[in-house]
Design a protein around this ligand. Structure first.
Ligand code: HEC
Length: 251
């Protein structure tokens, strides 16, 4: 009798563990709100999750408050939230806290470097590329690439219309490349194919522009989802890929 009770409890708690990506939770509701630009609502939902000890909600809200793009920046609160998530052993929070420390107005690069190293030692996928980059580019210029990008990678990629290389899209794509992708695709760090070198893209282009765009939206090997800027739309990512590959598969 007792045993059966325990078994049932066990199944129930496993169900809640795997449920978050399938059913509504403060985390996923917050993510939807965020994607749709309802930032206050997202932050309220994540604050609720964080107060319940949800490590992902701590992470999302910490990143959002640290970035200060959509809410007034609150570095002490961002650090407290991220530190709480680090305490629960979350390696993404280590990386997010490191990137916060790297920002010029926070200026704690030594601490940031130490955090990146511990994250790498705990097999974070993000830390090694960032450690490589730390020697060559200013990490602060990479923007605040947060865990939301990884959460978002789980959402389906939706292109709003078939791609047409109209001048407005191409010009927006060029801006994205120069702001975000060039950090790696400019010099070719970690084997990134270089922007403006079509011969380095030839083989990959046989997959077609849409497949490459989908991969860059979701992240591919050392290429972070959306180049680390999780606010880029699927269409913007595709335009950037078009520009980087010098015209997509058709050329
Ligand atoms: C932190 C470095 C970094 C940034 C920033 C970055 N990339 Fe990448 N990207 C890479 C690396 C490294 C590869 C090569 C991955 C491999 O094949 O091992 C790559 C590969 C790719 C590929 C080829 C994928 C495939 O299927 O072969 C595309 C497309 C791409 N990146 C698009 C982008 C776009 C668009 C941006 C900007 C929005 C961007 N990347 C920003 C590092 C980066």
């Amino acid at each position: 009798m007792h045993l059966r009770c325990f078994t049932r409890l066990g199944i129930a708690s496993i169900a809640t563990l795997v449920a978050p990506s399938l059913s509504a939770t403060p985390l996923t509701d917050g993510l939807e709100a965020f994607k749709e630009g309802r930032f206050d609502e997202a932050s309220t939902l994540w604050a609720r999750g964080a107060s319940l000890g949800d490590v992902d909600a701590e992470l999302q809200l910490g990143v959002m408050l640290g970035a200060g793009k959509h809410l007034p920046r609150d570095v002490p609160r961002a650090r407290a939230l991220l530190a709480a998530a680090v305490q629960q052993g979350n390696v993404d929070a280590m990386v997010a806290l490191a990137l916060l420390d790297y920002r010029p107005d926070v200026g704690q690069r030594e601490e940031g470097l130490a955090l990146l190293k511990s994250a790498a030692a705990r097999s974070s996928r993000k830390a090694p590329p960032l450690l490589t980059l730390a020697g060559t580019v200013d990490l602060a210029t990479l923007g605040f690439s947060g865990p939301a990008s990884e959460q978002e990678a789980l959402l389906p990629v939706r292109f709003s219309k078939p791609f047409s290389a109209n001048p407005a899209d191409v010009s927006a794509g060029r801006d994205t490349v120069n702001r975000t992708c060039v950090a790696c695709h400019g010099t070719g760090v970690m084997g990134a194919p270089r922007s403006g070198h079509p011969e380095q893209w030839k083989e990959r282009l046989s997959l077609g522009l849409d497949t490459l765009a989908e991969r860059s939206a979701k992240g591919y090997k050392a290429c972070p989802p959306r180049g680390g800027d999780y606010l880029l739309t699927d269409d913007q990512v595709r335009a950037a890929v078009y520009v980087m590959t010098e015209g997509g598969a058709r050329r």
